[in-house]
Design a protein around this ligand. Structure first.
Ligand code: MN
Length: 264
């Protein structure tokens, strides 16, 4: 029987950056779950928010994951952050993004549930093509979607830091989930905006596709962000799928209802 644990090679790097006084990003690396969170909020509450959210999400890694289970954990993570905010008035306005990939089984085959809230991102490299899979929940993303500004302009726009969904809101924000087959040879990048605000997609794609090991690629991406100014904390996880240990995905026999927003 198929066991839903893949062979992966993982690289990670997180840096406070060149300007900030606290690293409010957090990273979780498990066997089924890989996630980045980017905290916000005054008086060092941002790092509590990102850490708290990932601590709750980490419970998913103990056993098989489902999309429903993922959603439930995100709601629980949201509650934990909201609760912390209520009991610590100095943490007013605290919140965090979250983005990641979680290994699930669909139609008997391994798949990744790619998820996000806020403007941390997941990129995918397969068949030589790099694509951003998640859609930012941010004011500038809405302007890009409306055709009012370009992706490049979004990176310099005054509203570029304003997210439209975050963990720590009440009621809980909607989680976007995209489910894709897990395929050996594919590479995933999970990143906070400290990378994507500093360097162009072209450069991210170039470094992801250079054929370097995951750990080296993660280090190089963070180094590039620091070289470009390092205005924010920057955190990345690179996941290489080396073996899926399962047969080819069986075709779906029925519709699979999902709450999701179509990528651009
Ligand atoms: Mn950030």
């Amino acid at each position: 029987m198929f066991r839903c644990v893949l062979a992966v090679e993982v690289g990670k790097a997180s840096h406070i950056g060149c300007v900030r006084l606290v690293n409010e990003d957090a990273i979780f690396i498990g066997t089924r779950l890989f996630a980045v969170a980017d905290g916000m909020g005054g008086h060092a509450a941002g790092d509590v928010a990102s850490r708290t959210a990932l601590e709750v999400l980490a419970g998913l890694d103990a056993g098989p994951v489902s999309c429903d289970g993922l959603r439930a954990r995100v709601v629980a993570a949201n509650e934990a952050v909201v609760q912390y905010g209520r009991s610590h008035p100095q943490g007013l306005g605290l919140g965090t993004t979250v983005a990641g990939i979680a290994l699930i089984t669909e139609n008997g085959a391994p798949h990744w549930a790619v998820f996000n809230i806020g403007d941390s991102r997941v990129y995918h490299l397969g068949d030589g093509l790099v694509r951003q899979v998640t859609v930012d929940h941010s004011e500038v993303q809405e302007l890009v979607a409306a055709g009012l500004i370009s992706r490049r302009e979004a990176r310099r726009h005054p509203s570029r830091h304003i997210v439209t969904r975050a963990i720590g809101e009440w009621p809980a924000p909607l989680l976007d989930v995209v489910v894709v087959p897990a395929i050996a040879g594919h590479r995933w990048l999970i990143t906070s905006d400290g990378l994507t605000a500093e360097i162009e997609d072209d450069e991210i794609a170039l470094r992801l596709g250079a054929g370097e090991p995951a750990a080296d690629t993660a280090a190089q991406l963070v180094a590039a962000a620091l070289e470009a100014g390092g205005h924010d904390n920057v955190s990345v996880i690179v996941v290489d799928v080396t073996d899926t240990q399962g047969g080819p995905p069986a075709p779906a026999e029925q519709t699979t209802p999902r709450d999701r927003i179509e990528p651009p």
